[in-house]
Design a protein around this ligand. Structure first.
Ligand code: SF4
Length: 305
């Protein structure tokens, strides 16, 4: 089932903007993360295992990574360079500029997606990104928030609160940057009402894009130990699909969903098993939306999941 019948997907957005398919190439700049290098802490977010990003930072040059990633896709004519691993704004501005512009130097790279934390976007970095946007490039700032609830943020050891997100959003919107916020569905202790409240707060602050991730337990993360002790459990597929569909139905149609589910491979993935097959989450959400209505159809209605 084609989910773009029910959801404003990033693929559809890019096709409308560029008139053809544009692929996103996942890259790892030579960056670390303040929640791992000791600046904020050493343990990282409890769900995170940076090895699951698939490549150690600095192993290959950006140009080499682009070549390798293009080889993995059905060849498109145009691409976005997605700085995904670690905290991709966590370096001196000149270091960032070199990394981003090594990617942008390739004529078929039409823009950047940069994944980071809300407390790692100083004005100079936002100005750099806004400069690319002013040149006509497609630029997305991807901010990990995961939850708008302070108790949850503390429990998952994010090392920042909602105030950092509010501040980052205000400064990136003042520069006209496209913002995509990452949320995790099914974090320990969160009820459906809390997830709905997170979405409502993110929409109120203003956002052009969203990414939904199911809570996944991956090897090497602090949650892996909590899972083994029976303290936490990821959502079953049906429950995830119901919650994600409800979030999508409460999202205005113009907001672009960059992702509605996620996958990981064994043995990195510990649970849930349904995150191993590539399409299971997306298929279940599409099936649910086919029954209950598409993106935006529940705006103004009560939350039912
Ligand atoms: S999820 Fe991001 S911010 Fe958290 S520890 Fe991992 S790399 Fe750092």
């Amino acid at each position: 089932m084609d989910i773009s019948r029910f959801v404003h997907t990033f693929g559809r957005y890019l096709k409308d903007r560029f008139g053809e398919r544009v692929h996103k190439l996942s890259l790892a700049g030579d960056f670390t993360c303040p929640n791992r290098d000791g600046t904020l802490g050493k343990g990282g977010c409890t769900f995170c295992n940076v090895r699951s990003f698939g490549r150690a930072a600095g192993q290959l040059s950006i140009g080499e990574q682009i070549g390798q990633e293009k080889g993995k896709t059905d060849r498109a004519k145009r691409y976005l360079a997605y700085f995904q691993a670690y905290t991709s704004t966590y370096a001196e501005v000149e270091t960032l500029r070199r990394a981003y512009e090594e990617a942008l130097a390739q004529s078929d790279i039409v823009g950047l997606c940069v994944g980071t934390r809300p407390d790692c976007v100083p004005d100079a970095v936002l100005d750099l990104l806004a400069g690319y946007r002013e040149q006509g490039l497609e630029v997305w700032l991807e901010l990990g928030l995961q939850s708008a609830h302070e108790r949850t943020l503390a429990a998952i050891n994010r090392g920042h609160g909602l105030a950092a997100y509010r501040d980052a959003v205000a400064r990136s919107r003042a520069r006209g940057l496209n913002l995509c916020t990452h949320l995790i569905v099914g974090l320990p202790g969160e009820t459906p009402a809390m997830m709905h409240d997170t979405l409502a707060q993110v929409l109120d602050l203003g956002v052009e894009g969203l990414k939904l991730h199911p809570l996944m337990i991956v090897k090497g993360s602090r949650m892996a130990a909590q899972f083994r002790r029976g303290e936490i459990a990821p959502l079953p597929l049906a429950e995830y699909a119901e919650l994600a569909a409800e979030l999508i139905r409460h999202t205005p149609p113009e907001v672009v969903y960059h992702r509605v589910s996620a996958t990981a491979q064994f043995p990195t993935l510990i649970a849930p098993d349904w995150c191993a097959p590539r399409w299971s989450g997306m298929q279940a959400i599409a099936d649910r939306l086919a029954k209950v209505g598409p993106q935006g159809s529940a705006i103004g209605h009560a939350w039912v999941a």
